[in-house]
Design a protein around this ligand. Sequence first.
Ligand SMILES: [Zn+2]
Length: 339
Amino acid sequence: MAQQPKRGAGGKEARESKEPAVGPERKRRVQTEGQFIKCPNRSCSQSLFIKDIEKNFHCCKSCGHHFRVGSRRRVEITIDPGTWVELFDHLESIDPLQFKGKRSYLERIKESQEKTGLRDAVICGEARIEGIPLVFCAMDFQFMGGSMGSVVGEKIARAIEHGTKNGWAVVIVCCSGGARMDEGVLSLMQMAKTSAAIERHNAAGLAYITVLSDPTMAGVSASYAFLADVIIGEPKAMIGFAGARVIEQTIRKKLPEGFQTAEFLLKHGQIDMVVPRSEMRGTLAKILRYATVQRQETPRTAKARSPKPSGSSARAKAEPVPELVGAASGGSAKKSRRR
Ligand SMILES: [Zn+2]
């Protein structure tokens, strides 16, 4: 370990003694710095050109590892170009508890705002996916670990209500470590607030889909992430409530291989599907189209199609059809507003 810098320095000297330290060679060396990243999947560890990763939906082209995606980029790769109309962007956190750790809560907020260019850990907006109107929300892990404080909860609740009012589906891409401890119980209250908004959206017969990306944990997974009609996981995403180590210490048992991964949850009936990011847009479009078509059918024809026993689905709720159909018959008043 101690030899490492010495060797590096020696190499640099050797190179510099051979060639003059000017000209294109040196320039090229500087330019490639920070343009490559090593795949964090240990069985892959490939050096990847960052621009290639970006073009490949932020996935390793060798092993398919899914890198985390910022909320703005998530919008870009998921919705129809030019259809984004951001909502509730003016909402910003205050410091209701005057919380102070090493630094004050407001300082940390400001730092995250400068780092990400966002006001808080979620962005919400009107959008279209393959022409279908919806409300789309994307969380950002770069902003204080995607944690849910009052602003995140309020934006999510308002976004769902906006979808309900307009008769649109809501899609939320979750990426969060959980509730924001700096806001204490006020963060926990967001779980109830968002859940109530989802219930009203559901009662109006409208579709709600979540995409659980890495990580979706704690208060977020215990509220709006898992209340959707269709729950989609991204490959290998860590999804759960408490962390694996905490659970192990509590139950004093070794947890099974792959615990809290999207694949594990799919196998055990907690989510409906695992979809690679490159196919996410198409999959969302398919589900949205299906939900919209069902709503446009008359209750009678819909009823005739609804009893479809399926053994393929891991979870009873995985079949969104009956719910959407049942709700469609009650939501006919809203239909006139839709095209
Ligand atoms: Zn890889």
